[in-house]
Design a protein around this ligand. Structure first.
Ligand code: FAD
Ligand code: MLT
Ligand code: ZN
Length: 524
């Protein structure tokens, strides 16, 4: 049984309902650590999900070859014992984490080396066989699974750490290393990965790089476009592009590695990466706060940016409906009273008492101004994890409702919650819940709707309305999850026609036969 206790905010005379807080949070938190869940082969209702080709009949299979016995022979010789064809093993690779799309691949290849990936792609390109690169299969836009019968190339066995320079903090590793494994390895050397996300126990660094994953600490450590120093990738032709630099500075020509960051496996298969890792902070604090409305949430963010400054490492928010979802579906416990919105603030620094002093001063000011109504601070690692669990596990909680319509948008901060209120009115009682949470510090809203099962009418009420709304305020229809299969036709809401034209040209240059992750990311 784990308990979260409240620490007295020093000098904080106006923290309301402090007694209540202590009582409430002494209840147990049933915390199943999502990061340790394995998504592959999850047995949950996989058999019932209809094929993507049935649910999306307007998408036509491209003119690709189909697998022959000769192809199977070739792959079995190249990858002995590493070709999966047993239907019972294929489900976990054909179905996405959200269980919303289902491909029909007959084969999964599990290379261990870059040269094996090169052999595979060379062969597939010559044979016109379509492929899907797959990491941990935690992507949220249907990009990591086949649409039809594309061959899955999994990075599961490409999990070697190649080198670590402890002075510069630069780690070089294969693309199939699991994010959490890397972070644990670095923790022993007082370093950390510059990104963190709820799927860390399953997602691969190659998948993170290919989606340009943002996550919980982008506010502090920036995007992977900054911290990835080098990428090695294999093109559709089988050519290896070695841009695996480990230099902080390198202005020799075009920065080609950037093209593989966020291109979702459509331009090449990432085989190794080199990443700049920050020092692991010695002092970490996590506070969970309740506020009355979104205006107060923004004021809290502004105040903490000013007062916590260089030690602020995360500023996340979740609404009351998110809290209800995890309480009902995952049996988690709210450590404070019920509020319309909650804010999670994390500080990371090198001097414990200095950081605490700053955090207390901030909380005192926030309470004193009446911006924050209530709150709790984690006192140890377990409590920190439990508080983080409230925010990180909403995605998991939503799946229990049935079907989850998931949107990941960037909006100007003052507009961030307006769209939620608007959509709530629009959808009324037709849906189970409308839930929103996200990376407040990055202006990134995760807007979610659930129904017991997939419902076309509900989808029609959400789309294209939400994209038009976002576009009108010059937001982005995909802030961090990418476009994948489900959002590829929405690109024009956020990118002008000439930009899309250029992307199409680049795709043709890199992958003239279109074998790499077809039907994904850019409309062709
Ligand atoms: P996959 O899902 O396997 O693949 C994702 C895409 O990358 C696919 O298009 C695939 O074809 C491509 N790809 C994978 N590996 C390679 C490779 N080696 N070379 C080329 N292409 C490749 N995302 C965020 O940005 N921020 C979050 O906070 C966040 N939180 C999440 C929380 C949960 C619980 C879950 C389930 C997902 C979350 N995500 C988040 C989604 C996020 O995109 C993924 O979790 C992660 O980045 C994908 O890594 P993966 O290894 O699972 O990739
Ligand atoms: C998150 O921030 O929790 C993830 O991006 C997952 C989600 O959007 O549900
Ligand atoms: Zn996110």
């Amino acid at each position: 049984m784990k308990r979260v206790c409240t620490r007295q905010f020093r000098n904080l005379t106006r923290l309301r309902s402090f007694g209540e807080v202590r009582e409430k949070i002494s209840r147990s938190i049933n915390h199943v650590c999502l990061s340790r869940r394995s998504f592959h082969g999850s047995a949950c209702r996989l058999g019932e999900l209809e094929l993507t080709s049935v649910r999306y009949p307007h998408v036509q299979r491209g003119k690709y070859a189909t697998l022959t016995e000769k192809d199977v022979d070739f792959f079995q010789k190249l990858l002995p014992q590493r070709v999966l064809q047993d239907p019972s093993e294929l489900d976990g690779y054909n179905i996405d984490w959200m269980r919303t799309v289902r491909g029909n691949s007959q084969m999964v290849l599990r290379p261990k080396t870059t040269s094996e990936v090169a052999e595979i792609l060379k062969y597939c390109n010559e044979r016109h066989l379509a492929v899907v690169p797959q990491g941990g299969n935690t992507g949220l836009v249907g990009g990591s699974v086949p649409v039809f019968d594309e061959i899955v190339i999994s990075t599961q066995l490409m999990n070697q750490i190649i080198s670590l320079d402890e002075v510069s903090g630069i780690v070089v590793c294969q693309s199939g290393c699991i994010l959490e494994t890397l972070d644990n390895y670095l923790a022993e050397r007082e370093l950390m990965m510059p990104l963190d996300l709820g799927a860390k126990g399953s997602c691969h660094i190659g998948g993170n790089v290919s989606t340009n994953a943002g996550g919980l600490r982008l506010l502090r450590y920036g995007s992977l476009h900054g911290s990835v120093l080098g990428v090695e990738a294999v093109l559709a032709s089988g050519e290896i592009v070695d841009c695996l630099s480990s230099l902080r500075k390198d202005n020799t020509g075009y920065d080609l590695k950037q093209l593989f960051i966020g291109s979702e496996g459509t331009l090449g298969m990432v085989t190794s990466v080199s990443i700049l890792c920050p020092r692991r902070p010695k002092a970490v604090n996590v506070a969970f706060l309740g506020v009355e409305n979104f205006e107060a949430a923004l004021q809290t963010f502004q105040l903490c940016k000013g007062m916590l400054a260089e030690i602020l490492s995360a500023c996340e928010f979740m609404d009351q409906e998110s809290m209800q979802c995890i309480q009902e579906n995952l049996k988690l416990t709210n450590p404070i009273k019920s509020y319309p919105l909650y804010i999670l603030i994390e500080t990371s620094g090198s001097h414990g008492s200095h950081d605490e002093e700053k955090l207390n001063a901030f909380l005192e000011a926030a309470m004193g101004k009446g911006i924050v109504q209530d709150g709790t601070i984690a006192m140890d690692v377990t409590q920190r994890q439990n508080i983080w669990g409230l925010r990180e596990r909403i995605a998991e909680g939503l799946l229990h409702d049935g079907y989850n319509y998931k949107y990941d948008i960037s909006l100007p901060l003052p507009k961030l919650y307006e769209i939620v209120e608007d959509m709530r009115q629009r959808l009324g009682s037709k849906v189970t819940r409308v839930v929103s949470y996200g990376h407040l510090g990055d202006g990134n809203l995760h807007f979610n709707v659930t129904t017991p099962e997939y419902n076309k009418e509900v989808l029609g009420l959400i789309e294209p309305y939400i994209y038009e709304w976002t576009s009108q305020v010059r937001g982005s229809v995909s802030a961090e999850h990418g476009l994948g299969f489900k959002k590829r036709d929405c690109i024009r809401y956020s990118k002008e026609p000439n930009a899309v034209k250029m992307m199409v040209k680049m795709k043709k240059l890199f992958d003239p036969n279109g074998i790499l992750n077809p039907y994904k990311t850019i409309p062709l």
